[in-house]
Design a protein around this ligand. Structure first.
Ligand code: F6R
Length: 255
């Protein structure tokens, strides 16, 4: 696991987009795992720039999103379907058939979750998974206490997560109580992980993720076990770390 501290969220985003672009350049049919929320927005902006200005080609890229709220229609402005099309997909040359996002309106949700896992396997497995982190240490919607070996399934959202996400809805009442989420085991199967965090609100979760013991109480700590994980944070999210960390990942220094 490499921890990289960047001065600003913009620098963090440029580096994470560059790591993803590298995967696509080496493997045009790359399988990307994608996240929603505020944190990856800068990465998506930079990927759009790389597509428009430098010809980064998404025509064969396959994507799988981490999660989706149960009960929100695909065109609901707070659904993760809507988020992904607005903030990334409609700006790049991705083939809609290659986009996979959990279906929060599925009638048979357990059946859907099994199908979603199968599609990832059929696609050849995830090459790189982009992750944010909750203030409580969740990754995707795997809340504290989630099994570290879990697969795609429905989870009840923590009150803290609903409150954190209420900023996107008109009121806390409107925030869904359940979500479909890739499991921690699903995420760990990805060949590479990038975990991003910005701001002091994530500092405690980042401290525990980078320097604490591995525990289901802080699901992000599992990335310590991944052979190719890069945690990229800005100065504020890094403010509680006690060890020294570099500003560039070793792959870029060696390149
Ligand atoms: C979203 C997701 C969540 C977020 C996390 C942080 O797909 O998986 O785990 O990454 O809640 O959200 P932001 O980036 O809004 O602080």
């Amino acid at each position: 696991m490499e921890v990289i501290i960047k001065e600003t969220p913009e620098e963090m985003s440029r580096l994470s987009a560059e790591l993803i672009a590298e995967v696509i350049r080496h493997k045009p049919r790359a399988v990307l795992g994608l996240a929603t929320g505020s944190t990856p927005l800068g990465t998506y902006k930079e990927l759009i720039r790389l597509h428009k200005q430098e010809g980064l080609d998404f025509s064969r890229v396959v994507t799988f999103n981490l999660d989706e709220y149960v009960g929100l229609a695909h065109d609901h402005p707070q659904s993760y379907h809507y988020f992904m099309w607005e903030n990334l997909f409609k700006h790049i040359n991705i083939n809609a058939k290659n986009v996979h996002i959990p279906d929060g309106t599925a009638k048979d949700i357990p059946g859907f979750c099994r199908w979603y896992e199968e599609q990832m396997v059929k696609a050849g497995g995830l090459d790189i998974q982009l992750l944010g982190i909750g203030g409580n240490g969740h990754i995707a919607f795997n809340e504290p206490g989630s099994s570290l070996g879990s697969r795609t399934r429905v989870k009840t959202l923590d009150e803290k997560t609903r409150q954190d996400n209420a900023r996107f809805f008109r009121s806390l009442n409107e925030v869904p109580k359940y979500a479909i989420t890739m499991g921690i085991g699903t995420i760990m199967d990805s060949r590479q992980l990038i975990l991003l965090a910005t701001g002091s609100g994530k500092a405690e979760a980042i401290l525990r993720t980078c320097e604490g013991p591995i525990t289901a109480m802080v699901p992000a700590t599992i990335v310590q076990l991944h052979p190719k994980a890069t945690i990229i944070v800005d100065k504020q999210a890094a403010s509680k770390l006690t060890r020294e960390y570099p500003a560039e990942p070793s792959v870029l220094v060696l390149a």
